[in-house]
Design a protein around this ligand. Structure first.
Ligand SMILES: [Zn+2]
Length: 228
């Protein structure tokens, strides 16, 4: 069910979930992010194009220097791997979360059909879950760490999207529950609820993960007149 290469990366790091602690949860998600970066070569690097024209290779890991150290021109550019950082580590977060919930927490998550744009997962047609997680850094092959800035629900555009998805979900699916899960969020979203959102949880924190599981278990077994 989990597509490759995510499946093999998750299986490689699943041992971290043998006991659930804050430290193990954080490391599990981080190692899944690092795994997909390694698998797809999503490293932060630059290359000088003018040197390349002369068949000289001038390149390096991390942020580009202000001028090319070989030719002194401003023709060195970042390689566009950043286009993939958010989306690929976002997918890694989704599948790592899916594995955690189905294999370790006993929650029967179902991946939503591709057509659904409001929620990544469902539970028994009663609950929608939107996963908004991403890496905070990229580890380069030379050991340097390249910071990606704000991750998950700490990004204002991601938060905005998640809140608008919640609104749309509730409009289309009357009486259903909607949750957001992430690996990073501001403190003011702990315990947050409104008309559209039934809860937001940082699943790298043991106490929040347990609250989510309790919440999902109580909702999925509750029969409502609308969804018996
Ligand atoms: Zn150059």
């Amino acid at each position: 069910m989990i597509p490759e290469p995510y499946n093999k990366i998750i299986k490689k790091n699943a041992h971290l979930l043998s006991s659930i602690t804050d430290d193990h949860l954080s490391r599990y998600f981080e190692e899944c992010f690092n795994g997909i970066a390694e698998e797809l070569g999503l490293f932060a690097c630059w290359i000088c194009v003018k040197c390349m024209v002369k068949n000289i290779l001038s390149y390096g890991w991390g942020e580009r220097p202000s001028v090319c150290p070989r030719c002194g021109n401003h023709s060195n550019y970042m390689v566009g791997t950043y286009q993939a950082w958010a989306s690929k580590t976002g997918d890694a977060f989704e599948w790592a979360f899916y594995y955690l919930m189905t294999e370790k927490m006993g929650i029967p998550l179902i991946k939503s059909r591709a057509a659904s744009e409001t929620n990544d997962f469902e539970v028994r047609g009663k609950i929608g879950i939107e996963a908004k997680g991403s890496a905070t850094y990229i580890k380069n092959p030379d050991g340097s760490v390249y910071s990606l800035g704000r991750a998950g629900m700490l990004r204002s555009d991601t938060k905005k999207k998640a809140f608008s998805n919640a609104k749309e979900f509730k409009r289309k699916k009357l009486g259903l529950y909607f949750y957001i899960v992430t690996n990073a969020m501001p403190d003011e979203l702990i315990g947050y609820k409104d008309r559209d959102i039934d809860g937001i949880f940082d699943v790298t924190k043991k106490n929040q993960l347990e609250k989510l599981v309790t919440e999902l278990n109580s909702k999925r077994t509750r029969n409502s007149p609308l969804f018996p």
